[in-house]
Design a protein around this ligand. Structure first.
Ligand code: ZN
Length: 304
């Protein structure tokens, strides 16, 4: 008997790969809707499949295969991104030039050029509140004549089609994808509560599930965020901590195993090893959490 897992994906670029993942998970687990994790009881061998961000590739590649194999899944989306056709910040910066970016960061923040360069674009931005992130992205765009990218998430029509299938649960993922731990209490509450209520209006049904942006407990969110979600009526909130789900796990911080790429052997190992896999991967270069720590120290530094 295998332990229960929730797996997590974002972008799915390859249909053949994704179909092999479905077939593997189907052969090794009982694939269930996320609702099965609300009351686990003594169930074993369950697997729920989740996708964060509402990327277009979910609609174009993953969704048809989920329907073909009659496999349930959950997606976590932002009602603001859907209604206003707005990309998330990390979708904009994906191919930005690090040298230029570090220059702009050094001009606009307390983070020195070399620190920003060593940390990398994502580690710098994940250390900042969302308003600062959006400001830096705009500064980069105007300094380099880089236009915002074409909208790359599902729009209203596509979300409606996904909802009509009855196969996919739709949960909230904040409004603008901030790292919630970097925000004030007020902003944090707004990002969570409004993503739930706005999504409910958009779907015309209650929203029971939520996924934390980035999703590491203690780094990206904590007790404060879990309390807000509880008050907002959320039944399950998902982290990205790569553990198995046991019966006693806190429903407002259920772990998930990321399976973004790699062949089935690689995915099996990743599921089995969890945190140990990340430790092995980080042997060669400092983890993003470590690089974010260095950036944050610089932000706190006040010259005497
Ligand atoms: Zn996300």
């Amino acid at each position: 008997m295998k332990r229960n897992i929730i797996v997590n994906l974002h972008v799915v670029n390859n249909a053949q790969w994704f179909e092999s993942v479905i077939l593997y998970l189907k052969s090794a687990y009982k694939i269930v809707p996320l609702s099965a994790f609300e009351n686990l009881g003594n169930s074993k061998n369950l697997c729920a499949i989740t996708f964060d961000d509402g990327d277009l590739t979910f609609f174009d590649i993953a969704f048809p295969l989920l329907k073909k194999h009659n496999v349930p899944a959950a997606i976590f989306v932002s009602p603001q991104s859907i209604a206003q056709r707005e990309n998330f910040w990390f979708q904009e910066v994906a191919d930005y030039d690090l040298d230029k970016f570090a220059e702009i960061v050094a001009q606009e923040t307390k983070i020195p050029y070399q620190v920003a360069k060593d940390a990398g674009i994502h580690a710098v931005l994940k250390s900042l509140p969302i308003e600062k992130i959006h400001h830096l992205v705009k500064e980069y765009q105007s300094a380099t004549n880089t236009p915002p990218k074409e909208f790359r998430n599902m729009d209203l029509e596509k979300i409606a089609e996904v909802q009509r299938s009855g196969l996919i649960s739709i949960g909230a993922h904040t409004l603008t994808h901030p790292i919630l731990a970097n925000e004030t209490a007020e902003k944090c509450e707004h990002e969570i509560v409004n993503s739930v209520t706005d999504l409910e209006k958009l779907l015309g049904q209650a929203v029971r599930y939520f996924a934390y942006p980035n999703g590491a407990f203690g780094l990206d969110f904590g007790r404060r965020e879990m309390d807000i979600l509880q008050k907002a009526g959320i039944k399950i909130a998902l982290s990205t901590d790569p553990n198995f789900v046991n019966r006693k796990a806190d429903k407002l911080s259920l772990p998930r195993k990321g399976i973004t790429y790699g062949n089935i052997r690689h995915i099996k190992m990743k599921i089995l090893l969890g945190k140990k896999w990340n430790l092995l991967r980080n042997l060669r270069k400092p983890s993003e959490a470590k690089r974010r720590g260095i950036v944050k120290k610089n932000l706190l530094f006040v010259p005497s």
